[in-house]
Design a protein around this ligand. Structure first.
Ligand code: PEP
Ligand code: CO
Length: 452
């Protein structure tokens, strides 16, 4: 069947939101179509090349950010802190895995959320659920919860503000690896960071800058490449009006690019084979992520990969498994074996967050650091055992000192201190850094086993 950026409109649309003003939606769609792209095909191709490397064991993907970005949190401190934690984690992983790390933020567009129920009831009043700032607003009033098409334009604008700041910071040397003193000292010296993490991190960054100086002294020409810090963007491609309005052909290349982001992904709730999301994403040239939970039928995932990547393209599919610590041992091998049998090559990454939701007796939604780590370590080991490779990780995290997940320094009684997420609980700065160190230890141990 012929694909067009709008052929998805003929397919069942999971997580659809009912816009009550179609004329306004069409006007917004036309406007979004005429606005310049947020990212370029060059960047999308470069990322795809790097994901291809990761698939071959030559790079490692670090993807992370908020569960739901909000317009209110679009400010310099919050964005800069997210870049810093991603950068710091990536340095720890570079050191552990001895591989370049691809940094991809869940940012500049992570504004649309799938919900388990279309409506929410409070004190007998039923209103549409909050579907993210791209769709409606979180306040519990009929006006706020109405699906407002103009929020698609506001989402585009906030993604552009965010990207503009990220691009300026990185171009301006914010993360120049020659000058770790610019970006690490004040940050890791903040209160609350335990001494062992601080010391470990300082040692890592010192070793890295010494290694850089050494290579430069040798006249190594690739140092520039090595030290250039890129951040790519990603979000769940949930609202297909938003995605398709920015999906275009570009001069001197074939095919269509989704120019809202470098790496869109299809969520666990919208990856039905016959659905609108799969129809849309089978037609774009971007690499595409797919979330896969423990209930997925492996044969269906094989078919899904075939549908999204009929030509076996390098760096095209990122399978993001989110099985949960209790299910991963059973579910991941079945999936991996099915993909291997069908001779399908993907980049395997692990999202250890979404299978480990926990509701405390008082109703607070949280996640346990230890369960997250257990799934991560189990995924790493299972891939090694099965002859595949864990090539990346996907976290919900923030660079701020929030208290949303338990473990790694946070007790259940601490949660109400700074519980700020609009959706799922995120790792805070310390928890995220510690997670990176634990993973790096794992990589180091595996590396020394495989080196004769
Ligand atoms: C998410 O990444 O925030 C999300 C909703 O994940 P999943 O589709 O895996 O449930
Ligand atoms: Co989430």
């Amino acid at each position: 069947m012929t694909w067009t950026p709008e052929s998805w409109r003929g397919f069942p649309y999971a997580q659809d939101v009912a816009y009550d003003d179609q004329a306004e939606l069409e006007r917004v769609f036309g406007r979004l179509r005429s606005l310049p792209p947020l990212v370029t095909s060059w960047e999308i191709e470069r990322l795809r090349g790097q994901l291809g490397d990761a698939q071959e064991g030559k790079r490692f993907l670090l993807q992370g950010g908020d569960c739901a970005e909000t317009f209110a949190d679009c400010n310099n401190g919050i964005i800069a802190n997210k870049l810093k934690i991603l950068l710091q984690m990536s340095l720890v992983l570079v050191q552990g895995g001895k591989l370049p790390v691809i940094r991809v933020g869940r940012f500049a567009g992570q504004y649309a959320k799938p919900r388990s129920r279309p409506t929410e009831v409070r004190d007998g009043v039923e209103l549409p659920s909050y579907f993210g700032d791209l769709i409606n607003r979180p306040e519990f009033t009929a006006a706020a919860r109405r699906a407002d098409p103009t929020l698609l334009l506001d989402g585009y604008a906030h993604a552009a503000y965010t990207l503009n700041f990220i691009r300026s910071l990185t171009a301006g040397g914010f993360a120049d690896l020659h000058h770790p003193e610019y970006w690490d000292l004040s940050f890791v010296e903040r209160a609350g960071l335990p001494e062992h993490l601080r010391a470990q991190y300082m040692q890592t960054s010192r070793q890295l800058s010494e290694a850089l100086r050494f290579m430069e002294a040798l006249g190594e020409s690739s140092v520039d490449q090595l030290t250039r810090v890129d951040f790519y963007t990603s979000h769940e491609g949930l609202n297909l009006n938003y995605e398709s309005a920015q999906t275009r052909t570009v001069p001197r290349r074939s095919g269509h690019y989704d120019l809202t982001t470098h790496l869109p992904w299809i969520g666990e709730r919208t990856r039905a084979l016959g659905g609108a999301h799969v129809e849309f994403f089978r037609g774009v040239k971007n690499a595409v992520g797919v979330k896969v939970g423990p209930k997925a039928d492996p044969a269906e995932i094989v078919e899904l990969v075939r549908r999204l990547d009929p030509d076996h393209e390098r760096g095209k599919i990122v399978l993001i498994t989110r099985m949960g610590a209790g299910e991963v041992e059973k579910a991941l091998p079945l999936l991996v074996e099915a993909l291997v049998r069908s001779e399908r090559h993907v980049l395997w990454t692990c999202d250890p967050m979404h299978g480990n939701a926990l509701t405390l007796p008082n109703g607070v939604k949280t996640r346990d650091f230890d369960a997250i780590l257990r799934e991560l370590e189990a995924s790493f080991e299972l891939h090694a055992r099965l002859g595949t490779r864990l090539g990346g990780v996907h976290f919900e995290l923030t660079g701020d000192d929030v208290t949303e997940c338990i473990g790694g320094g946070i007790e259940a009684t601490d949660l109400d201190r700074r519980y700020e997420t609009m959706c799922d609980p995120r790792l805070n700065y310390r928890q995220a850094l510690e997670m990176a160190f634990r993973l790096a230890d794992k990589m180091k141990a595996a590396g020394s086993l495989s080196t004769p």
